[in-house]
Design a protein around this ligand. Structure first.
Ligand code: 5RP
Length: 223
């Protein structure tokens, strides 16, 4: 099975977590795109979605699913999103698609986080994938030095030679060289550095369930 087929498998499997008549939280990325494609088949059974990015909003609207502002909805039963890495405790690195801040916001207002991922994303310890950190541009150099002091190399994410700008108008650092054995403590510490908008370690908003795509089918991990 190709990685794309594994993503489609878990995208489809996530449908059973969508509550009929409810509003579903929708993440961002190529695995979530498979989920959105699958959701089209039951679009008449959902009231709508809260989306974590402009890109997912466009896809949801294109298949006829109303998209609500996060402020219009108090609590979501479920949030469905991918991950760049997930460990055995359900902690994740996210933000490879630059949507980490809105992803964390929607995850925080959801009772359950269903992570959908192909099996390559499951790791013993987080950190092989560079940790995305959304930052206020004027703080980028100081935050880079703070990561260096803990052994990480932060690089400004560029596209066509210029810093990418997130949906929130900010910049992104990608931090390599870290081994994140204590995700909750790491997230808490980096979160309080001035100028950090969001760190792409999801430990406070960890997964409740992970649907992992494997060649022999979907493996369900409960956390
Ligand atoms: C976007 C994310 C994605 O969930 C993460 O990058 C995984 O993406 P993909 O499903 O394309 O592998 O955090 O900000």
């Amino acid at each position: 099975m190709t990685q794309d087929e594994l993503k489609a498998l878990v995208g489809q499997a996530a449908l059973r977590y969508v509550e009929p008549g409810g509003i579903v939280g929708v993440g961002t990325g190529s695995t979530v795109n498979k989920f959105i494609e699958a959701l089209a088949a039951m679009k008449d059974q959902v009231r709508g979605a809260v989306s974590s990015s402009v890109a997912s909003t466009e896809r949801l609207k294109a298949i006829g699913i109303p998209v609500f502002d996060a402020n219009e909805v108090e609590e979501l039963a479920v949030y469905i999103d991918g991950a760049d890495e997930i460990d055995g405790g359900g902690h994740m690195i996210k933000g490879g698609g630059a949507a980490l801040t809105r992803e964390k916001i929607v995850a925080a207002q959801s009772r359950r986080f269903v992570c959908i991922a192909d099996e390559s994303k499951l790791v013993p310890v987080l950190g092989n994938f560079p940790v995305p950190v959304e930052v206020i541009p004027m703080a980028a150099a100081r935050i880079t030095r703070q990561f260096a002091a803990m052994g990480g190399q932060a690089r400004l994410r560029l596209k066509d030679g210029v810093p990418i700008v997130t949906d929130n108008g900010q910049h992104l650092l990608d931090v390599s060289g870290l081994k994140i054995a204590q995700p909750l403590a790491f997230e808490s510490e980096v979160n309080q550095w001035p100028g950090v908008v969001t760190v792409g370690v999801f430990a406070h908003q960890k997964a409740s369930v992970c649907l992992l795509g494997t060649p022999s089918g979907v493996r369900t991990l409960d956390f």
